[in-house]
Design a protein around this ligand. Structure first.
Ligand SMILES: CC(C)(COP(=O)(O)OP(=O)(O)OC[C@H]1O[C@@H](n2cnc3c(N)ncnc32)[C@H](O)[C@@H]1OP(=O)(O)O)[C@@H](O)C(=O)NCCC(=O)NCCS
Length: 182
């Protein structure tokens, strides 16, 4: 395995992103966000969110950002099946942590959902988190996103609070979920 490969199993290989991945990641992130959430948001809120979060220059900067790890799950042809981004960040106030890492984004493409790719990606995220000497992994997930919540519970996360996440102009309630890695 090369130094950048984090995990390799039958279905997908997980590796760190490089700047050469920025454009593909921007397209993939925008598409998977739209597929997951367009039905439950206005077209204008979606447009505003996508423009603020998914542009090749933004993903280029994120990949270069040393406080952020971007992991890509790639199929045997090298095409993206999913990705995750983690960074050192505190959860909302009132949630006690010592050395937390935030799972900022976690997406698996539809054909790969229910196939074990999400679990493989989460295992890689936990490995990265431990490599940062972090003790807790936390995330925000929309209160209406029941599939993701079920997946995170399966992985050992529990709900510890809530936070607001603004999509376009719409302030939405996220469940904050946390996993103690010790
Ligand atoms: C969230 C995500 C990464 C999970 O990956 P996945 O491969 O779908 O996860 P799994 O299939 O292993 O687990 C999902 C669980 O939810 C359950 N589930 C499916 N649909 C559900 C629903 N509508 N409501 C509640 N639970 C549901 C499944 O049965 C499964 O549990 P099981 O294995 O005990 O049967 C993936 O669905 C995804 O990328 N979704 C779109 C983007 C997204 O929501 N990202 C998270 C943002 S915080």
């Amino acid at each position: 395995m090369s130094a950048d490969v984090v995990s390799q199993r039958a279905a997908v290989r997980i590796r760190r992103a490089t700047v050469a991945d920025a454009e593909v990641l921007a397209l993939f992130g925008a598409r998977t966000f739209s597929e997951a959430f367009a039905a439950d948001n206005t077209a204008e809120d979606m447009r505003l969110h996508l423009r603020s979060a998914w542009r090749p220059e933004l993903q280029h900067a994120e990949i270069l950002d040393e406080t952020l790890d971007t992991l890509l799950a790639c199929d045997e042809r090298g095409a993206l099946a999913g990705f995750a981004q983690v960074r050192a960040a505190q959860p909302p106030s009132g949630i006690a942590t010592r050395n937390p890492v935030e799972l900022k984004r976690f997406y698996v493409d539809k054909p790969w959902q229910g196939q074990g790719v999400a679990r493989q990606l989460m295992d890689a995220v936990e490995t990265q988190t431990r490599a940062r000497d972090a003790r807790e992994l936390w995330l925000g997930v929309w209160e209406r996103n029941e599939r993701a919540q079920a997946f995170y519970r399966k992985c050992g996360f529990r709900k510890v609070g809530t936070q607001i996440f603004v999509v376009g102009t719409d302030p939405q309630t996220d469940h904050v979920m946390l996993k103690d890695l010790r």
